[in-house]
Design a binder for this molecule. Structure first.
Ligand code: SF4
Length: 67
């Protein structure tokens, strides 16, 4: 079973490459830096959120799992 996500956050250091928004635009938006869309439910597209975190070139997307 896929582990549910408790929280997604972006720590300082984003280089605004746009990758996270390309992979999962329902959760990430990139303007000056990347942000997590407040109203987004990361568990609707859990795998894409994890993929975006894995693909971030500077590893600033942190995904906390539910216990
Ligand atoms: S993938 Fe990482 S570096 Fe690129 S825009 Fe998203 S958070 Fe920023």
């Amino acid at each position: 079973m896929v582990k549910k996500i408790k929280k997604v956050r972006i720590v300082p250091g984003c280089i605004s490459c746009g990758s996270c928004e390309s992979i999962c635009p329902s959760v990430f938006i990139v303007t000056d830096v990347a942000r997590v869309i407040e109203s987004a439910d990361p568990n609707v597209e859990t795998e894409l959120v994890r993929e975006a975190a894995d693909m971030c070139p500077v590893s600033v997307i942190q995904v906390d799992d539910e216990e």
